[in-house]
Write a protein that binds this ligand. Structure first.
Ligand SMILES: [Zn+2]
Length: 198
């Protein structure tokens, strides 16, 4: 499911509309809901229709929100499933370098590469309207199973690495405010516009 070109996007949309006419936009759990505080269970069979259906609904929900990532506990499902993408506008490099097409991670595992960390603002669909500064590893390696049940591995840096760390935290019941060093940088995005621009 590569959404990097507009024609690809349209074709993808058509394909989904024909093949998956019953996709739903799921309700997103907000901070305070117990499902966000629990450790999610591993998926036994990534190829099962139930998991494929869940992923389709998660993708639909993520794009509708809109967000760059979503973890299954955020839609009240305690399974180790993440969907994310890094759009051109959010990638680190110029000309869209560093953008990442829609990716599904099942039972993901993250390993930091080096100890370098960077701090930046994050938001979360489970804390609508809020942002806060969080330190994350700058470089990571992550592995997961795809929807075909096959393992794959990637290296990531910058925003890509941040998104993966944020989403995988959800699988262990961790929300970004729990990672914050300075709660003075936590607040409503509308009221923090000035600082965000600095
Ligand atoms: Zn989140």
């Amino acid at each position: 499911m590569n959404l990097t070109s507009s024609s690809g996007f349209i074709w993808n949309w058509l394909e989904k509309a024909i093949i998956y006419p019953f996709m739903s936009i799921l309700k997103i759990a907000r901070m305070g809901h117990p499902v966000l505080m629990q450790k999610a269970q591993s998926v036994e069979d990534p190829t099962s229709p139930e998991i494929h259906c869940l992923v389709e609904d998660m993708v639909e929900t993520m794009y509708d929100a809109p967000g760059v990532g979503l973890a299954a506990p955020q839609v009240h499902v305690g399974l180790r499933v993440v969907v994310f993408h890094v759009p051109r506008g959010r990638s680190d490099g110029e000309d869209g370098a560093g953008s990442v097409p829609l990716t599904v991670l099942i039972n993901p595992v993250i390993e930091p590469i080096g100890e370098e960390m960077n701090t930046a603002f994050e938001g979360c669909l489970s804390l609508p309207g809020m942002i806060g500064k969080v330190a994350r590893y700058t470089h990571i390696k992550y592995s997961a199973l795809g929807l075909d049940g096959k393992p794959f591995e990637r290296e990531a840096s910058g925003f890509h690495a941040r998104v993966v760390q944020h989403e995988c935290d959800h699988l262990d019941g961790v929300l970004y405010p729990m990672r914050m060093d300075d709660l003075k940088t936590f607040g409503y995005v509308e009221d923090m516009q000035k600082e965000v621009k600095e």
